[in-house]
Design a protein around this ligand. Structure first.
Ligand SMILES: NC(=O)C1=CN([C@@H]2O[C@H](COP(=O)(O)OP(=O)(O)OC[C@H]3O[C@@H](n4cnc5c(N)ncnc54)[C@H](O)[C@@H]3O)[C@@H](O)[C@H]2O)C=CC1
Ligand SMILES: O=C(O)C(=O)Cc1ccc(O)cc1
Length: 276
């Protein structure tokens, strides 16, 4: 299988490693606008070759777009002219604006995917061969993709040990706002709240598991997350509003010393873990 990976960071690099582990006969061509990342991707053997010409990708079996979500939208028109059998899969964390921007000429080639796995790290050195194993991937508006493309995407994700969920792009973005985008906003806010204190180092010296868990994703790439918040603005704002309501509820219960009600409020939150 001839594969092209556009974006040789955490997601693209990990996908390359996973493909190499799973398939013997895979040849991987890489593309990245950061020269240093191209060098690292070759050194780490994520890719076999690098090209800075998207024309070189147009006859491959599979092209993976693993770049920030605005970059995906900007790059799609450049892929017009791919072979009719080529499958293009994007890994963007948002889906609605992306599916709306796919040029008609390549709509059948395109499969909109969101692997629900990742870390706060970025770049080729962050790539991990087992990032996708056992994780969920959401495929959106799959009926718009061609038969060959659907079949190949399903086969590869299944072969890599992933569980496939199907959803329309709008529903995906609403859910992603709650399960991923709003939590990232909270983590950035938490980190900034502590950093604003007079002596943040003294506070952070005491950090235990809870703070570390909640602030880990505040290390995530601002380049990537600014694009995500921008594309999913409406759903993100709704999720933040809902969260603010819950925080205010907690604030009022504490202010009014309603300890029993506070206890119930916390118990309701405990229930989340019965379905997680
Ligand atoms: N980081 C995560 O945990 C997850 C990320 N995603 C999505 O995957 C995509 C990639 O994310 P990561 O791999 O984490 O980012 P990353 O920052 O680790 O890697 C992105 C790579 O793309 C390159 N790049 C950026 N814009 C480009 C462009 N226009 N043309 C060519 N190369 C370009 C960068 O130099 C970098 O090497 C994003 O769309 C993100 O929303 C999806 C699931 C999880
Ligand atoms: O590091 C974590 O816990 C994440 O939540 C990673 C992540 C980031 C972006 C996504 O679209 C999906 C997963």
């Amino acid at each position: 299988m001839n594969v092209g990976i556009i974006g040789l960071g955490l997601m693209g690099g990990s996908f390359a490693l996973a493909l190499r582990d799973r398939y013997k006969e895979v040849e991987i061509l890489g593309y990245d606008h950061n020269d240093q990342h191209c060098i690292e991707a070759l050194e780490l053997h994520l890719v076999d070759r690098i090209s800075d010409e998207l024309e070189d990708f147009k006859n491959l079996d599979l092209i993976v777009l693993a770049i920030p979500v605005n970059g995906i939208i900007a790059t799609l028109p450049e892929l017009v002219g791919v072979d009719e059998k080529t499958t293009i899969i994007d890994f963007g964390s948002t889906k609605k604006q992306i599916v709306e921007c796919v040029p008609d000429e390549i709509r059948r080639n395109f499969v909109a995917a969101h692997p629900m796995t990742g870390t706060e790290k970025s770049g080729p050195v962050a790539a991990k061969a087992d990032l996708y194993r056992g994780k969920v991937v959401v495929l959106c508006d799959i009926e718009e993709s061609g038969e060959i493309q659907r079949r190949l995407a399903k086969k590869i994700f299944t072969d890599l040990g992933m569980k496939i969920f199907y959803m329309d792009a709008e529903e995906h973005d609403r859910h992603a706002a709650f399960i991923s985008h709003m939590p990232h906003a909270l983590s950035y806010a938490l980190a900034n709240a502590v950093m604003k204190q007079e002596n943040p180092r003294a506070i952070i010296a005491l950090a235990g598991g809870g703070f570390k868990d909640m602030s880990r994703i505040a290390k995530s790439s601002p380049n990537m997350w600014t694009d995500i918040f921008r594309q999913n603005q409406v759903n993100l704002l709704q999720a933040i509003e809902c969260f603010k309501g819950e925080l205010e509820r907690c604030e009022n219960l504490v202010k009014e010393e309603k300890w029993e009600e506070l206890h119930h409020w916390m118990e309701r939150a405990n229930d989340l873990h019965k379905i997680l």
